[in-house]
Design a protein around this ligand. Structure first.
Ligand SMILES: [Fe+2]
Ligand SMILES: [Fe+2]
Length: 295
């Protein structure tokens, strides 16, 4: 089976910020890249909290490095957004810290135990790789180029998660049960992360028409399932979905749909968890930012 990255041709010409960009293209690119940028900046606040609690020095090192990478992704994308929209750094910081919580569904859920950071790195960074591999050929040049570095680092995050999960599964029944709880918690959230099918997605078709996005949500989800279902089972874990089955003829997986109403309510209205992440960043600004502010 070919992956979505192989199915979509390289766009003939990429759009650059110094060109005359039509308003509707700029609006679509802004919406998509701001969403990614804010996820990379707000999301790692979760991770920072779990680094000191890591179960080994090696795991601590891995997640300190991962958190640093994610903030770097946020910063790169912030610069892409600044060039695209002409908004200042100060305006963006206000939008990220005080504005509506426009970031990925997965950052709206609590992390319950230390297995969660490892599951997120394994499954969700793995899902991000699936999407980002196609974005290397996004029609907006600065975004596609940023993806080269981001994608490599997401590969490192995925491998850290996979390695730690493998270590836990080689432990005893307590460790294996903890990992299974993690898979049970994160399975549907990960499937939802790709978004609803494009025919049910408000902005997807326009993003595809502009070449900003190169693969449909469902194709990415199917490709992820093809890679991860065998990987999860090979670890000795169960997938919490009795209706999960592959139709070899159609080349498609059947699966239980995530709760799309919950998904859109998180993306539109946020959650107490997401609000807490933004609150942490606001507190840091209030208490500490004067130290590096220009007088
Ligand atoms: Fe990232
Ligand atoms: Fe990552």
């Amino acid at each position: 089976m070919t992956t979505p990255a192989q199915q979509h041709p390289v766009p003939a010409g990429q759009v650059e910020p110094w060109q005359d960009i039509p308003d509707d293209y700029r609006a679509a690119a802004t919406r998509m890249i701001e969403f990614h940028m804010m996820s990379e900046i707000v999301g790692p606040v979760h991770e920072f909290r779990w680094v000191p609690r890591a179960p080994s020095l090696q795991a601590k090192l891995m997640f300190a490095a991962k958190s640093q990478d994610e903030v770097g992704h946020g910063l790169m994308l912030l610069r892409v957004c600044e060039d695209l929209t002409g908004k200042s750094r100060a305006q963006y910081l206000e939008q990220i810290l005080d504005g509506p919580p426009r970031f990925m569904n997965i950052f709206h859920y609590p992390w319950d135990e230390w297995v969660d950071p490892a599951i997120v790195a394994w499954l969700i960074d793995g899902a991000e790789i699936e999407r980002q591999a196609t974005l290397l050929r996004s029609s907006y040049g600065p975004y596609a180029r940023a993806m080269r570095k981001i994608l490599k680092e997401e590969g490192f995050h995925h491998h850290c998660g996979r390695y730690l999960i493998g270590r836990m599964m080689a432990g005893g029944p307590r460790q294996r049960a903890a990992v299974q709880r993690g898979v049970d918690r994160w399975w549907l959230r990960t499937l939802a992360m790709f978004g609803p099918r494009d025919e049910n997605s408000r902005h997807g078709p326009a993003l595809m028409a502009f070449g900003l996005k190169l693969a449909r949500n469902e194709d990415l989800r199917q490709s992820w399932l093809t890679k991860f279902v065998p990987q999860i089972r090979a670890m000795g874990l169960e997938i919490p979905d009795d209706s999960l089955a592959r139709d070899e003829e159609a080349g498609q997986w059947a699966y239980t749909e995530p709760d799309w109403a919950e998904f859109s309510s998180l993306l539109r209205g946020g959650s107490p968890v997401g609000a807490d992440l933004q609150r942490d960043l606001r507190t840091a600004r209030r208490v500490n930012d004067w130290l590096l502010a220009e007088d």
